[in-house]
Design a protein. Sequence first.
Length: 299
Amino acid sequence: MNTTTTPKGLFHTPFRLAPEQNVFANRAVRFKELAEQERSDWKDYLLVLAAVCDAQHAVSQNFSLPLPENTVNGILPKAQAEHLPEVFAEIVYALLNKAQPHIQTAAVLQEISTLQNLKPSEIRRLAGEVFDGTCRPAAEIWIQAALQIVWTAWAAQVGEDDVAVTEERTHCPCCGTPAVGSVVLIQSDLSGLRYMYCPLCNSRWNALRAKCPTCGDGGNVRLQHIEGGDTPDLPDAYTAAHAESCKSCHTYRKLYRRDKQQYADPIADDLATLGLDIAVGEAGFERSGANPFLILTED
Ligand SMILES: [Zn+2]
Ligand SMILES: [Zn+2]
């Protein structure tokens, strides 16, 4: 889509980076690593998500998802029921079939068979419930996984220079979803730069480290960290994960330093560092930016 290339300076910092190639496969590997380090029953859920991400990788190779016509200036259609592609239900079925042999949790297998028996129209209705926040949690992870496949495939077709630089840095400039967290990169020319991370389309966009991405305040941002030294049982995700809290707007988002853990992933590592959320929550800060796989159940 992006055919014109503007000459760039030697130290050009791209505002937006397209989704990483093989993002779902890499995330699956990371979920498996984190599951191995997890001592509690939460391990089972991390393993389910590893199977989901492996399935996302496989399924995303098998569907052609051309950029929708209503993509304007690199801005994708919002995640809403009317923007789902025709093949959405087929993507969900393919995900379920691919993941099924790798799932050991009985309740998850039960849900898979329930969803496999739904009609395409019912699958699309479930997606509507996800957008409204009324979907039952067991079904939601599959719908979320399918939405990520679609929006990530689209975002991969948007050229770097097609997306306009926005002043506001909490929402994805490509699809409008609030950032789940941010990553401080280590690639040579981008080393030390912070990129916010989209949990839906996997786009990344640059934001200054010194400023609160939520309210823009520069003076009240603190990084909180849980030291692994006292608790050697903690997953290695804690070495990279910091909660970036702001006393002006009383919110926080997580920031991952790849110089500390080069495979840190803002979706997977988030779910392996929930102790940090508890600590920051107790200190009075509210979380900004949802993780599509952090689905809270009643029990
Ligand atoms: Zn996005
Ligand atoms: Zn703030």
